[in-house]
Ligand binder design. Structure first.
Ligand code: CAA
Ligand code: FAD
Length: 379
C-alpha cells in the first residue's frame, strides 16, 4: 500500500493551505462574531477551482480526484469551517449529484456556473419533522402533467439565502413511500418560493442556514433529476460522498486546533518551563496527533474507495463518525491546553470547538452513521 501523494495532489493541498492562510484567516473571527457569510472568499474559491473540484472540465470543473478534494477540505477547514461547509455542499452534494444523475441539458445549464463559483447550490432534504428519518418527507411535489406543484417546508438549509439553485427532495406518491420521492431543481425567484429567517447558530456562524417555504411553486418536469421516484435514492447516494466531505471538514477542524495547541504549548511557560514539557500536556498532544492521523487515513480510504469505484457508503460513514468525534475531542483539549486564553476569541480554538459540534449532526448524525455502518457489516 502506497501512502504517497502525487505531485498534483500535493499542489492542490498547498494551494488550499495558502488560500486559507492569506484569504480566510484575516476576518474569520469577525465573520463568526457577526454571522457574516464569506461571499468574497467563496467567489475567489470558485475562481481558484475549489467549488467544482471533481467535475469534468467540459462543465468547467477541475477534473480532480476525491483524494485532492479531501486534502483541500482539510486545509480550508483548519481555518474556516463556515467557508468549507459551503465548499462541501457545492462540491459533493450539488455538483456531484447533478453531474452523476442529471441529464445533459441540466448539466450544461447549471454546472459551469456552479463550478466557477458564480452561483452556489443548496441541498434540501431535511424538514421540521424529517431529519434522521428522512423517508418521512412532508414536502409534496404533485404531478400536474408538464410540471410539479411543490408545497412544504425544508429546514436547516445550508446556503439557504445565498444559493441560486436548490436540489429539493419531495414526495410525489406517498403510497409508494420512499420510492415515490422525487428530486427537483428549484431556482431562486420561482413564484411561491420563500426563504425564512437566518438561524443564529452555535458554530459555523459564517455559513448561512435557513428554512425554505414552498407554496404552489410550479417546477417544470424537465427539472426532475433522474426517473420518477428516484429522489430518495438520489439523496442517499449523493450523501454517501457528502459524508466524505464533512469527515474531511471535521479532520481539518481537528488538525487546525492541534496545530495551534502544539505551537502554544511550546511558547507558554508555567513552573519555569514551556507547558509542552509537562507530561500531562505531552500526552494530550500525543492523543491528538494519533487520532488525527487515524481520522485522515479513514478519510483517504473512503476517498480512494470512491475514486476506484468501490463501495464507499461504509468507509465514508466510518470516516465521518470517527473524524467528527476526533474534532470534538481535539478541540476541547486544544482549549484546555490554551488555559484561559483558549476561552477567548483571539486564539481561535474556542471557535473551532464550537464549529466541531455540527460535524456530529449534519449529513447524518453519528447515530445514523452507525446505522449505515452496522447495516453494511451485517448484510
Ligand atoms: N446509499 C445508497 N442507498 C441507500 C443508502 C445509502 N447509504 N441508505 C439507504 N439507501 C436506500 C436503500 O437501499 C433503500 O432503497 P431501495 O428500497 O430501493 O433498496 C432506500 O434508500 C430506503 O432505505 P432504508 O429502507 O434503509 O430507509 P430507512 O428509513 O430505514 O433509513 C437512513 C435510511 C439511512 C436512516 C436515512 O434516512 C438517512 O441517511 N438519514 C439521515 C439523513 C441525512 O443524512 N440528512 C442529511 C441532510 S443534508 C445535510 O445535512 C447537508 C449539510 O448539513 C451540509
Ligand atoms: P433528529 O432526527 O430529530 O434526531 C434527534 C436525535 O435522535 C439525534 O441525536 C439522532 O441521532 C437521534 N436519532 C434519531 N433517529 C435515531 C435512530 N434510529 N437511532 C438512534 N438515534 C436516533 N439538512 C439538509 O437537508 N440540507 C442542509 O444543507 C442542511 N444543513 C444543515 C446545517 C446546520 C447548521 C444544521 C444544524 C443542520 C443542517 N441540516 C441540513 C439538517 C441536518 O442534516 C439534520 O439536523 C440531521 O440530519 C438530524 O436531523 P434532526 O435535526 O431532525 O434530528
Amino acid at each position: 500500500m502506497d501512502f504517497k501523494l502525487t505531485e498534483e495532489q500535493l499542489a492542490v493541498q498547498e494551494a488550499a493551505r495558502d488560500f486559507a492562510q492569506t484569504e480566510l484567516l484575516p476576518g474569520v473571527i469577525e465573520r463568526d462574531e457577526l454571522q457574516k457569510f464569506p461571499a468574497e472568499q467563496i467567489k475567489k474559491m470558485g475562481e481558484l477551482g475549489f467549488m467544482g473540484m471533481m467535475v469534468d472540465p467540459k462543465y468547467g470543473g477541475g477534473g480532480m480526484d476525491t483524494i485532492s478534494y479531501v486534502l483541500a477540505m482539510e486545509e480550508i477547514s483548519k481555518v474556516d469551517a463556515s467557508a468549507s461547509v459551503v465548499m462541501s455542499v457545492n462540491n459533493s452534494l450539488v455538483c456531484w449529484g447533478l453531474e452523476k444523475y442529471g441529464n445533459e441539458e441540466q448539466k450544461q445549464k447549471y454546472l459551469p456556473q456552479l463550478t466557477s463559483g458564480e452561483i452556489i447550490g443548496a441541498f434540501c432534504l431535511s424538514e421540521p419533522e424529517a431529519g434522521s428519518d428522512a423517508t418521512m418527507q412532508r414536502t409534496t411535489a404533485e404531478d400536474m402533467g408538464d410540471h410539479y406543484l411543490l408545497n412544504g417546508t425544508k429546514n436547516w438549509i445550508t446556503n439557504g439565502s445565498t444559493a441560486s439553485v436548490y436540489l429539493v427532495i419531495a414526495q410525489t406518491n406517498p403510497e409508494l413511500r420512499h420510492k415515490g420521492i422525487n428530486a427537483l431543481i428549484v431556482e431562486k425567484g420561482m413564484p411561491g418560493f420563500e426563504i425564512g429567517a437566518k438561524e443564529n447558530k452555535l458554530g459555523i456562524r459564517g455559513s448561512d442556514t435557513h428554512s425554505l417555504m414552498f407554496t404552489d411553486v410550479k417546477v417544470p418536469k424537465e427539472n426532475r433529476i433522474g426517473e420518477d421516484g428516484f429522489g430518495f435514492r438520489f439523496a442517499m447516494s449523493t450523501l454517501n460522498g457528502g459524508r466524505i466531505g464533512i469527515a474531511s471538514q471535521a479532520l481539518g477542524i481537528a488538525s487546525g486546533a492541534y496545530e495551534l495547541a502544539l505551537k502554544y504549548s511550546k511558547e507558554r511557560k508555567a513552573f519555569g518551563v514551556p507547558i509542552s514539557q509537562h507530561q500531562a500536556i505531552q500526552f494530550k498532544l500525543a492523543d491528538m496527533a494519533t487520532n488525527i492521523d487515524a481520522a485522515r487515513l479513514l478519510c483517504l480510504q473512503a476517498a480512494a474507495d470512491k475514486d476506484n469505484n468501490r463501495d464507499y457508503s461504509k468507509t465514508g460513514a466510518m470516516a465521518k463518525v470517527f473524524a467528527s468525534k476526533v474534532a470534538m475531542d481535539t478541540t476541547v483539549e486544544a482549549v484546555q491546553i490554551h488555559g484561559g486564553y483558549g476561552f477567548v476569541k483571539e486564539y481561535h480554538v474556542e471557535r473551532l470547538m464550537r464549529d466541531a459540534k455540527i460535524t456530529q449532526i449534519y449529513e447524518g448524525t453519528s447515530e445514523i452513521q452507525k446505522i449505515v455502518i452496522s447495516r453494511e457489516i451485517l448484510k
